[in-house]
Design a protein around this ligand. Structure first.
Ligand code: FAD
Length: 407
């Protein structure tokens, strides 16, 4: 067969597209399949098609560094991400499929007095919403991460934001688990199926145009959800409106595996670098987005040199390790570093966008809230602050200080 995915043990074989679905979900990344899963599980809505131009979870879901945390700065952000972290904890049981959820804590380093002030505020906001986050001193940091250089680049580590809820999970498994649960309940997953146009009449969506190989089809739908991560503004343009998003590549890299020495995730906003050791022993390095907008997932030498120089400042002995892989994804950045979720200017066309560098951790709660929106037509309270109208009403939710290098 020419279809490369049909032998996936946990997914049904592909079927022909139907002429109409109650709900079409554009994008088969974690967010899209999670939305389908919760629609089927909690709302009994199963006449649903997930349309994915590549393969399940092959976009940013496969490319992210799997940081899960809720230590944001704003009350809106902390409330939202905390719910996601709670859902993550039970996903393996819920799916009967191991997503390798691993709670190991996240440590963000302060190298200046102003960083300490900001961390103190974040710790208090987090605690207010039930999170486990504390400001800790250099001695406590030495005990948590004995291998850390406490004087990197002449910028001493003065304090740390210790977020005990910080975790990782196997990113692909999250998408696989949701897809398995959704398709078992009757949802259709169509891979290699690209949405090439969004069909709108009288400012209301009524269908999408799709391409499968050289064949083109029109599919009618009652509701459409766009969950296409790094392609949000391109798709919104097909639906006839603009999103306040600029798209930048974001790169990451991984070393050869070594003996376990680093349990917490360690991040330094000043060095724009974070480091974590995977369950297999590899070190994952991540940093900031590339400094110019671009639709391209190439890796660059500039980023490699800069990021590794910073990683070596934090953990000097990693200079001896070999790099195995470097890759990139496309990140849709909003000016306030918060997502764009909810209604759009087109009736029955819902948005799960603006996920920039921080959307893996929100996969479960995005699925749950987007499903509720689709099923009820009402925007859930948890995502009301993230509506696209906030940009014209000057109600931005500024998470810049709490996102940056920690993702
Ligand atoms: P995706 O998995 O990208 O899914 C969107 C899907 O839509 C894709 O599969 C794509 O093929 C499909 N699509 C696009 N256009 C169309 C179309 N026209 N028709 C049909 N399908 C279409 N977040 C964190 O929380 N923690 C991290 O540690 C973290 N690290 C990151 C590191 C890197 C290097 C990158 C690139 C991102 C990182 N992120 C992180 C961000 C996170 O990966 C994304 O925000 C998140 O994966 C978005 O989820 P998604 O399911 O919407 O995206």
């Amino acid at each position: 067969s020419e279809y490369p995915f049909e032998k996936h043990a946990d997914l049904p074989p592909p079927t022909a597209l139907k002429k109409r679905y109650d709900v079409v979900i554009i994008g088969g990344g974690g967010h899209g399949v999670a939305t389908a899963y919760y629609l089927a599980k909690y709302h009994g809505i199963t006449n649903v098609a997930i349309l994915e131009k590549g393969y399940l979870g092959g976009g940013n879901t496969a490319r992210n560094t799997a940081v899960i945390r809720s230590n944001y700065l704003t009350s809106e952000g902390v409330r939202f991400y905390s719910e996601s972290v709670k859902l993550f904890r039970d996903l393996s049981n819920e799916f009967d499929f191991n997503i390798m959820y691993s709670r190991r804590g996240q440590l963000t380093l302060a190298h200046t007095d102003s960083a300490i002030r900001a961390f103190r505020q974040r710790a208090e906001v987090n605690k207010h919403f039930g999170g486990k986050t504390e400001l800790i001193d250099p001695q406590q940091i030495r005990e948590l991460v004995p291998t850390l250089n406490m004087y990197p680049g002449q910028q001493p580590v003065l304090a740390g934001l210790w977020h005990m809820d910080g975790a990782t999970a196997r990113h692909d498994a999250v998408a696989w688990g949701y897809a398995k649960g959704a398709t078992q309940r009757g949802v259709e997953l169509h891979q290699l199926t690209e949405v090439t146009d969004v069909l709108v009449r009288d400012e209301k969506v009524w269908g999408v145009k799709v391409r499968q190989g050289s064949a083109e089809h029109v599919i009618e739908c009652g509701i459409a959800v766009q969950a296409v991560a790094g392609h949000s503004s391109l798709l919104a343009a097909k639906a006839g409106f603009r999103l306040p998003i600029v798209t930048y590549p974001l790169q990451a890299m991984v070393t050869q595996p070594v003996k376990p020495f680093l349990d917490p995730l360690v991040s330094s906003p000043a060095f724009h670098c974070y480091v974590q050791q995977t369950g297999r022993g590899e070190l994952v390095f991540g940093g900031g987005s590339d400094p110019y907008p671009l639709y391209n997932t190439r890796s660059t030498m500039e980023l490699k040199e800069e990021l590794l120089a910073h990683a070596v400042e934090l953990f000097p002995f990693v200079a001896n390790l070999k790099l195995m892989r470097q890759w990139a994804g496309l990140t849709d950045m909003t000016s306030d570093y918060s997502p764009i979720m909810g209604l759009s200017p087109v009736e029955n066309y819902y948005l799960d966008a603006g996920w920039g560098t921080w959307g893996f951790k929100s996969t479960p709660i995005c699925g749950k809230t987007m499903a509720e929106l689709v099923a009820t037509g009402k925007v859930p309270d948890l995502i009301k602050p993230f509506g696209v109208e906030r940009f014209s009403e000057f109600r931005q939710v500024n998470e810049m200080g709490a996102t940056a290098a920690s993702h």
